[in-house]
Design a protein. Structure first.
Length: 154
C-alpha cells in the first residue's frame, strides 16, 4: 500500500516554483539584443517589465540608445536626450547630464567610425606598468619595460 501511495504522490507532486531571476539576469536581458534571448528569458523579461512600468520605460530608452550606438546615429542624440528628460527616470537623467557635459565628443563618438580604443589601451598598459613599478625604479627602467612589451606584441 505504501509503494502504491508513494507512486501516486510522485505523479501529483507540484513542480517546485521557479527561482526568481537575479538583478544580473534582468540587466543582461535588458542590454542584450532581443533576438539573442531564449523564449523563456524573453517571457520572464516581459512579465517583469509588465509589473514595473519605470523599468519598462528604462528598457525602452536603453534599447533606443543602443540603436543609436550600433547604427552610428549620433545626429539623433538630441532627440533621445529630450525623450529621456521628458520621462521621470532620475538615474537616466544623471546619465544624460553626463553626456551633455561633452555633447560634441559624444555625438562624434556615436557618428564617426574612428575610435581611440587602441590608444586608450596602450595608455592603460603603460599606467599598469608604472603602478607595478611604483617606488622601485626610475624612468629609464620604465622606458625599457614599455619598449620590451611593445616589441613582444609586434
Amino acid at each position: 500500500m505504501r509503494v502504491y501511495l508513494a507512486k501516486l504522490r510522485a505523479d501529483f507532486a507540484p513542480t517546485p516554483p521557479r527561482k526568481a531571476p537575479s538583478v544580473r539576469d534582468v540587466t543582461s536581458w535588458l542590454t542584450r539584443h532581443p533576438d539573442r534571448l531564449t523564449d523563456d528569458q524573453a517571457q520572464q523579461l516581459k512579465t517583469i517589465l509588465a509589473r514595473c512600468p519605470a523599468l519598462d520605460r528604462t528598457a525602452h530608452h536603453t534599447s533606443a540608445f543602443a540603436e543609436l550606438m550600433n547604427a552610428r546615429q549620433g545626429k539623433h542624440l538630441d532627440q533621445w536626450i529630450a525623450q529621456v528628460q521628458a520621462d521621470d527616470l532620475p538615474a537616466l537623467h544623471t546619465f544624460v547630464t553626463g553626456l551633455s557635459q561633452d555633447l560634441d565628443a559624444v555625438v562624434a563618438g556615436l557618428s564617426l567610425r574612428y575610435s581611440s580604443g587602441a590608444v586608450e589601451g596602450q595608455n592603460n598598459k603603460i599606467k599598469m606598468l608604472k603602478r607595478q613599478m611604483f617606488g622601485r625604479a626610475n624612468f629609464d627602467l620604465l622606458r625599457k619595460r614599455v619598449l620590451l612589451t611593445t616589441r613582444g606584441r609586434s
